[in-house]
Design a protein around this ligand. Structure first.
Ligand code: NAP
Length: 248
């Protein structure tokens, strides 16, 4: 059964990792997909082709999610091409890890811009068509680090905790308009972002994970599919951890 037949989804940061897995999962379930990326032109082109081969409309947009004007232009273009926006996944994100004494103001600002400001930027654009349609699902990528904190990741953790506060606020503001807003809090997922953790010392991380392994991007995409679809129609303002049991 296809869960998103003819829905239109916009996904930020889908040229790699979790965003790419969500784009493919949504398209497999019949959604038309507009997605963004920052610099991976070739990977974005390849994804666009893969999505179209699944029989849906798809287009990749080079757009800095942290820049308000760019996201405004993006939403205008997507509405022109796709007609509406039913689902928004704010996935784009970066990590710049450093102990606080070494964390520069520039690093702090970069992380906030890419991880938190970006979520405000695009959400503010997509609620307009969603209010018109009196329906919508917004899914924000947080992290278990945003719930528990993590030494050496204060900027990243603060940005991801901010995503949770934003998510719950939008859920309250938009509930009567039938617009839902939820967050996903992944643990360690196998992508470029966590690549540096693998190798010789991987076992020490596995010990901290009850399921004993890193997660796969597709396993986060399954949760995004659930939150995007009618299967979660009565769920809003929630944070779902996809972390192999790390958050207990
Ligand atoms: P990733 O493999 O590093 O991919 C990041 C994606 O975001 C890429 O497509 C990148 O585009 C894009 N991007 C980065 N900055 C952007 C910007 N300013 N504007 C538009 N696109 C931008 O990351 P990931 O591991 O899939 O993570 C996806 C999300 O899940 C992030 O929000 C991350 O914080 C969150 N998360 C990940 C993990 C994990 O273990 N991997 C755990 C918890 C939360 P380019 O390819 O063009 O650079």
């Amino acid at each position: 059964m296809k869960l998103l037949e003819n829905k239109v989804a916009i996904i930020t940061g889908a040229s790699r990792g979790i965003g790419e897995a969500i784009a493919l999962k949504f398209a497999e379930h019949g959604a038309h997909v507009a997605f963004t990326y920052l610099s991976s032109d070739e990977r974005a082109k390849a994804l666009e082709e893969k999505l179209i081969a699944l029989g849906v409309k798809a287009k990749g947009y080079k757009c800095d999610a942290g820049d308000y004007k760019s996201t405004e232009d993006l939403a205008t273009e997507v509405l022109k091409t796709f007609g509406t926006i039913d689902i928004c996944v704010n996935n784009a994100g970066i990590s710049k890890d450093n102990l606080l004494l070494r964390l520069t103001p520039e690093q702090w600002d970069d992380v906030m811009q890419a991880n938190l400001r970006s979520v405000y930027n695009l959400t503010r654009q997509v609620i307009k068509p969603m209010m018109k349609a009196r329906s919508g699902s917004i899914i924000n990528l947080s992290s278990i680090v945003g719930i528990k904190g993590n030494g050496g990741q204060s900027a990243y953790a603060a940005s991801k905790a901010g995503v949770i506060g934003f998510t719950k606020s939008i859920a309250q503001e938009m509930g009567t308009r039938n617009i839902r807003c939820n967050a996903i809090a992944p643990g360690f997922i196998e992508t470029d972002m966590t690549h540096y953790l693998k190798g010789d010392g991987a076992e020490k991380w596995f010990e901290k994970i009850p399921l004993g392994r890193f997660g796969k991007p597709e396993e986060v995409a399954d949760t995004a599919l659930f939150l995007a679809s009618g299967m979660s129609n009565y769920i809003t303002g929630q944070v779902i951890s996809v972390c192999g049991g790390m958050n207990m």
